[in-house]
Design a protein around this ligand. Structure first.
Ligand code: DSN
Length: 438
């Protein structure tokens, strides 16, 4: 047994000695993760070091403030770990200032917007239904409640060569018309390269600041597998747990010292209290992992796998929006395969077979977000467990069999067994804690 597996097992055993109800639930979730294929584009499997830093003594401390300027005593090592995380984030993305305290990507966006905008100010973004994000101006979110979002479109014209991609001319038109103070780019369901330089030109032309939310593609940007938003964006926000493969959390970066000061203030005391120091410790470790050459290799394999999966699904009659993918994710339009097939049914049937996905609207989707005509699939998690193009082809085949049979019981059972075999052949990193599950 690997050393990391010993740690994971002993942690679970320790919890079980005190609280068997909680330990059993955690163990069942470990089994679920180890024995199913994770295709949700925003999820990943962290290393044992990242995992265990989150269970460390760093959680016991209040460290409101920033390194060297805390509101509590006893922060010597918390200053050191936060500095380590900040320095590594700066090195990773090639920027001058980093705030590693946001609890999540939405908190990072809230703090960045609070620093860059006054209530009522206008900003431009992509609609959620076109691939944007809740915190990019949805009416039910702070960003739509306190600010005035205007939206730029995708190309919807099937005859256009940039079909279902960002329409940069339309972005420029919308921004020149509405004169937003801030332009947001970076998305949750967009499979193509984002032209940050072009966005900056538009921002300069209309006198706006540019903010890139690279939550989904951070691991690809950090390794130049996707262009880096620096030096084009004035502010960059991200989560740390998707392609970056760190703990669940957020990060804000900039090259501008004045903006950095405003961002620090708006994050704390603006919208957050005590930082999650155990998560910041885990961020430091994850950023250290991402700085190593094999992480670049990982990021390249993520994209190669996504392209292999998209290609294999296309061969089986599914339409991949925009005709493919340049990054870690794809949107599968189910309609050409079966006009009655919804994303909601597909998600449910695939889950029963051990293939974990999420329903997702496709551009111009006639169905509601709770039903949808599409699925979003991503390869960060499967690539972490060592899957390659051959496994992507098998996954496409399994998806097709489940969906073509409308989730029929015997097909589901057969595919579920094949998923288990594949998961056993390529286990999670340090995941033999599974053995502790009885
Ligand atoms: N919920 C995340 C996603 O799945 O893309 C975005 O915040």
């Amino acid at each position: 047994m690997h050393h990391d597996d010993h740690i994971a097992e002993s942690v679970l055993d320790l919890i079980r000695q005190q609280d068997s109800a909680a330990a059993d639930i955690i163990a069942r979730e470990q089994t679920r993760q180890a024995s199913t294929i994770e295709l949700i584009a925003s999820e990943n499997h962290v290393s044992p070091a990242v995992m265990h830093a989150m269970g460390s003594c760093l959680t016991n401390k209040y460290a409101e403030g920033y390194p060297g300027a805390r509101y509590y005593g006893g922060c010597e090592f918390h200053d050191q770990i936060e500095d380590l995380a900040r320095d590594r984030a700066k090195q990773l993305f090639g920027c001058k200032f980093a705030n590693v305290q946001p609890h999540s990507g939405a908190q990072a966006n809230a703090a960045a917007m609070m620093a860059l905008l006054q209530p009522g100010d206008t900003f431009a973004a992509l609609l959620l239904k076109d691939g944007g994000h809740l915190s990019h101006g949805m009416k039910i979110n702070f960003s739509g409640v306190f600010y005035n979002p205007v939206f730029y479109p995708l190309h919807y014209d099937a005859k256009h060569p940039d079909f279902e991609r960002i329409d940069y001319d339309a972005v420029r038109d919308v921004c020149l018309e509405h004169k937003p103070k801030l332009i947001l780019c970076g998305y949750s369901a967009y499979p193509r390269i984002i032209d940050f330089a072009r966005f900056r030109e538009i921002a300069d032309e209309c006198g706006a600041l540019l903010m890139a939310d690279i939550a989904h593609i951070a691991g690809l940007c950090a390794t130049d597998v996707h262009p880096n938003p620096f030096p084009h964006a004035h502010v960059v926000t991200t989560t740390t747990h998707k392609t970056l493969r760190g703990p669940r959390g957020g990060l804000i970066m900039t090259n501008d010292e004045d903006l950095a000061k405003k961002i620090d203030k708006s994050l704390f005391p603006g919208i957050q209290g005590g930082p999650l120091m155990h998560v910041i410790g885990a961020k430091a470790i994850a950023f250290g992992e991402a700085l190593k050459p094999d992480f670049t290799d990982y990021a390249k394999r993520v994209v190669k796998n996504a392209q292999a999966l998209a290609g294999a699904l296309t061969e089986r009659g599914y339409r991949i929006t925009s005709g493919g993918t340049d990054n870690h994710l794809m949107l599968v339009d189910l309609q050409p395969k079966d006009a009655n097939l919804t994303g909601a049914d597909a998600e449910k049937w695939l889950e029963a077979a051990g293939l974990i996905t999420n329903k997702n609207g496709i551009p111009n989707d006639p169905r509601s977000p709770r039903v949808t005509s599409g699925l979003r699939l991503g390869t960060p998690a499967t690539t972490t467990r060592g899957f390659g193009p051959a496994e992507m082809s098998r996954i496409a085949d399994m998806i097709d069999r489940v969906l073509s049979s409308s989730g029929d019981e015997s097909t589901t059972r057969t595919v579920r067994a094949e998923v288990s075999d594949l998961c056993e052949a390529l286990p999670l990193p340090g995941a033999a804690a599974l053995k502790a599950v009885r």
